[in-house]
Design a protein around this ligand. Structure first.
Ligand code: FBP
Length: 607
């Protein structure tokens, strides 16, 4: 064999070894040491901690007056008091069988929750994985998680090791099924890794399984872990953010930064980018702070200020015209996924459609063509709703009539809001160019451009592109923050199990100064909310607050970002080096930190 052939054979052998999660990057990140909160470290190794009362409590919520009655077993024990990990506590319980499941959409770092749990439970306890989320729990699909399996998924993204699903455990038959599975498989504790709905479910399960699951009268402990890329599971300084948010926003910010860098290079496109985040716009706000695009919408602001669809189109068209007047024919518009549901007239329309579709579910399932479906539905909604539907582009109209999810909600990730906005902005710009007079000048509501700038705008061309960044950011390798945060959340949940606690959510706070591991009582997080026409006890979604430091900072900058190119490229997320310890900007601002870097304690080797 020639020298070249020899070299090629060697290279081919190296490349063949990169299959199945063995890229050079994946091999390297498995070696990554991670910082661990002081209360869990003894002699450079991870150990369970003792939990004591912290000085904090969750705010007593008047709307949650029904909670003590709804949780008669749990509430007197957990109430609203917050616990804190204090010092390493040995010896701890042994022989416990602990099951863990993922619930809802994936979020980066989930695998490290399992690694943290396993580390703290040690060989004297058994960690069981539940296959495919709550559905797998109902079916009793549990298996033992080994150290070898975890060594392979350490610091990797995705939920593929266990799988997940969106089944809500709500009927008494389902609760009994869980009880039977726990009894039969000798489960002592269950850890639910999920968002607000899944943690609400964890609270209900904690109550239901409080006692009398096992023959000796013992119950099953239930603990929650806060996950969701949407970032809408937060509790002021006690829970700064859910895991997955940092990785998702850093991934989107890199992509948006790249597009922004392209815009003044190619000098001809406006990019309309929809970002995941169904009910809250934390993702859009974070990506905006990291990249500084021309226009960003925040759904919570649209709702608070009651902006109509026409007004939203106006905001974009004005930005396009103003920039075109100055010779800038490019820009980026960020759109939160759930925007459409926050525009007052669309919200009313979607509510009407949801109700009609829920009431006629069976009938609709027998209708085969879209035309017949429309005919049926339009006969049942108000004339205003029919008129609004008729004014929307066809593709969009059809999307609003898609089947609802298991909770009866519109699947907003499937709605091409970015395309709707492009179509409507194009029409508005055409009107502005055809007859500029009413739109430009010094009068109220007019755009203040000089005559030569108006002329430049009229001659300009508006070319657009649309994107949806969602699934790209949910399963990527966790950022260093998510990797460390999740590892610590897993250790916290495992320590709570060993300390015999139930009905708590693991949390880590004080991210700038070494971290503090907390246990938040689920009953203290629950409030009363009107859902689908009835009052329900649920964990409240944390929305973007217009009075928050992060929103105020964005508000103070956005006009400048709209008039001229101020964009910045955050680049790819880093796992080594100075940028790797960067926190989400919204978190740093809202928590009142002095800088952008996190410190979660001493680094510990995981393997
Ligand atoms: P979770 O709240 O379960 O974490 O999921 C959030 C999310 O990523 C939303 O941003 C998005 O609307 C939704 O999942 C899409 O879910 P699906 O995987 O069902 O398409």
């Amino acid at each position: 064999m020639s020298k070249i052939e020899n070299a090629r054979t060697e290279l081919v052998q190296i490349l063949e070894k990169t299959e199945k999660g063995n890229s050079p990057f994946e091999r390297e990140i498995r070696q990554l040491a991670l910082p661990v909160v002081k209360a869990f470290v003894e002699g450079g190794r991870v150990a369970p901690a003792h939990f004591g009362d912290s000085s904090e409590a969750l705010p007593e919520n008047k709307e949650a007056a029904g909670v003590p009655a709804g949780f008669p077993g749990l509430y007197p024990v957990t109430g609203t008091r917050v616990l804190q990990a204090e010092t390493v506590n040995r010896p701890q319980a042994s022989g416990k069988r602990v099951a863990v499941l993922f619930s809802g959409g994936p979020a980066a770092g989930g695998h490290n929750v399992l690694v943290g749990l396993k580390k703290v439970l040690g060989p004297q306890n058994t960690l069981l994985g539940v296959k495919n989320g709550p559905k797998g729990l109902l079916e009793g699909k549990l298996f033992e998680i080994t150290d070898e399996a975890l060594a392979n998924i350490l610091n990797t993204g995705g939920f593929d090791f266990l799988g997940s699903d969106r089944t809500k455990i709500k009927t008494s038959e389902q609760f009994n099924q869980v009880k039977t599975v726990c009894h039969d498989q000798k489960v002592d504790a269950l850890v639910v890794v999920g968002g607000d709905d899944s943690n609400t479910n964890a609270a209900v399960l904690a109550e239901y399984l409080f006692k009398n699951v096992h023959a000796d009268g013992r119950g099953v402990q239930v603990l929650g872990v806060p996950k969701t890329i949407d970032g809408d599971l937060q509790e002021e300084t006690l829970l700064p953010i859910s895991f997955g948010f940092d990785t998702a926003t850093k991934t989107y910010a890199e992509l948006v930064g790249n597009i922004l860098q392209d815009t003044p290079s190619s000098r001809k496109y406006w990019h309309f980018i929809k970002l995941m985040g169904r009910s809250a716009s934390h993702v859009a706000l974070e990506v905006a702070l990291q990249t500084k695009p021309a226009v960003t919408f925040i759904s919570e602001e649209i709702e608070a200020r009651q902006y109509s669809l026409a007004h939203i189109i106006d905001i974009i068209a004005r930005a396009v015209a103003r920039r075109a007047g100055r010779g800038i024919n490019h820009g980026v518009v960020l759109i939160p996924e759930g925007l459409i549901e926050f525009i007052p007239e669309m919200k009313r329309l979607i509510k009407e459609l949801n109700e009609v579709m829920a009431a006629s579910e069976k009938m609709l399932s027998e209708i085969n063509t879209m035309a017949d479906k429309k005919h049926f539905i339009y006969g049942k909604i108000s004339p205003e709703a029919t008129k609004l539907m008729a004014s929307l582009p066809d593709e969009f109209e059809n999307m609003l009539l898609l089947d609802r999810d298991s909770h009866g909600n519109l699947q907003v990730s499937q709605i091409p809001t970015e395309k709707l906005l492009i179509e409507m902005v194009t029409t508005r710009l055409h009107e502005m160019k055809t007859d500029p007079k009413p739109f430009f000048g010094q009068g109220a509501g007019q755009i203040d451009l000089k005559p030569e700038e108006v002329e430049r705008f009229v001659k300009s061309k508006f070319a657009s592109n649309n994107h949806f960044f969602g699934y790209e950011g949910r399963c990527g390798a966790p950022s260093r923050f998510d990797a460390a945060y999740c590892f610590n959340l897993g250790i916290t949940a495992g320590s709570l199990v060993l300390a015999g606690k139930t009905g708590y959510m693991a949390a880590v706070t004080n991210l700038e100064h070494g971290g503090r591991a907390l246990a938040l009582p689920l009953t203290g997080l629950i409030h009363l909310e009107r859902r689908h026409g009835k009052d329900e006890m649920v964990i409240e979604k944390a929305l973007v607050e217009l009075e928050s430091p992060a929103f105020k900072f964005f508000n103070a900058c956005r006009d400048r970002w709209s008039r001229e190119d101020c964009f910045a490229s955050p680049g790819p997320r880093q796992l080594w080096g100075p940028v790797s310890s960067q926190l989400p900007m919204t978190v740093a601002l809202n928590q009142g930190y002095t800088g952008l870097h996190f410190d979660l304690g001493e680094e510990v080797k995981l393997v």
